[in-house]
Ligand binder design. Structure first.
Ligand code: TUI
Length: 319
């Protein structure tokens, strides 16, 4: 049985699973694999130059004819130019992170692009619904990368109560039990980042994938509180240096030291001085698998969890 929700209808996808739009990580290969497997694959535009984003969109279209999206990281200095590329290239959906996408909303809607902003708070979610967001991705602080204050467990039900559009839960979800849990809270979809970092099709350095496979429950830490942009990473030499700068309240030095370190991790595989942005769910990722196997397994396990909870008759999962 498929888990059909308003989100799958809005996006025209089979499974209510959106892939996290991770900068330096979510490339055309991963996005296409996730879309081909029935989820929504997403290219992480991050700080990409515009011609690279154009090429990534072209490549994704070559690899899949299913819907896919682009994630726009709103702190990027040339964000206006990246938004123009998305508008010009017939992309199905946009997810946004690290800010308020209000400025672009009308233009995206006019082109028929679905807009799914990431919101770490109820107030922002309400505002985004009022200006036309198609769904809200509520990201809890279990997630990797730049995070808000609230956990997925408390953010999700509050968003579900606050808005009428579908809520997608993100942060700390890496298996079918997590999907079942957030569906119990009222979510109609999930965004999965860390587990897809260990997809076969993900092009990050293999040493990063192996580091995630080895991660234990307390292996991530949040640095950068002093800058106003806290970031969850796997603990290493760099994170200890950043923690020290946080303690000394030196946000400028912290930003300087952190700059360029995400690509150092994801492209070069530097596990000491790279910024290995990954979520608390790293400890729950145990295998490198094709994206399709990840999705099929998560959906089957979610259905088993529903059956265990008595929320779905066992025979429906066989259909
Ligand atoms: O954006 C992410 N995760 C990211 S972005 C990123 S790149 C980066 N590197 C260093 C510092 C900052 C960013 C790495 N990981 N997730 C979605 C997300 N969005 N998390 C939190 C937010 C967010 C925060 C504030 C969304 C909106 C927001 O609004 C503030 C406002 O303008 O009201």
């Amino acid at each position: 049985m498929a888990l059909r929700t308003r989100l799958t209808d809005i996006l025209g996808i089979e499974h209510p699973i959106i892939q996290g739009g991770m900068a330096w990580t979510a490339t055309a290969e991963l996005a296409a694999a996730v879309s081909n497997a029935g989820g929504l694959g997403v290219i992480g535009a991050g700080h990409m130059p515009t011609d690279v984003l154009r090429e990534q969109i072209r490549k994704t279209k070559e690899l899949t004819d299913k819907p896919f999206g682009v994630n726009l990281m709103l702190l990027t200095p040339h964000i206006d130019e990246l938004a123009e590329v998305v508008l010009a290239h017939d992309v199905h959906a946009v997810t946004t992170g690290a800010g308020n996408p209000g400025k672009y909303m009308a233009a995206f809607k006019e082109k028929g692009i679905r807009v799914l902003p990431i919101a770490p708070s109820v107030a922002l979610a309400r505002r985004l619904e009022s200006i036309g967001a198609d769904a809200i991705i509520g990201e809890g602080m279990e997630a990797g990368g730049h995070i808000g204050e609230l956990t997925t467990m408390v953010l999700t039900p509050q968003l579900v109560d606050a808005v009428d559009i579908p809520v997608v839960a993100a942060g700390g979800i890496a298996d079918g039990r997590g999907i079942a849990a957030v569906f119990a809270l009222g979510a109609e979809g999930v965004q999965i980042g860390t587990r897809f970092m260990c997809a076969e099709e993900c092009t990050i350095h293999p040493d990063v994938k192996n580091r995630i496979l080895k991660a234990k429950d307390r292996d991530t830490v949040v640095t950068g509180y002093s800058t106003g942009h806290p970031v969850r990473v796997l603990k290493n030499k760099l994170s200890r240096m950043l923690e020290e700068l946080d303690r000394q309240n030196k946000p400028e030095e912290l930003e300087e030291l952190g700059s360029g370190k995400l690509s150092l991790a994801m492209r070069q595989g530097d596990l000491d001085m790279g910024s290995v942005m990954a979520g608390q769910a790293s400890a729950m990722v145990c295998e490198i698998q094709p994206a399709k196997r990840i999705i099929d397994e998560m959906i089957a396990d979610a259905e088993s969890a529903f059956v265990r909870m008595g929320a779905m008759p066992a025979e429906e999962t066989l259909a």
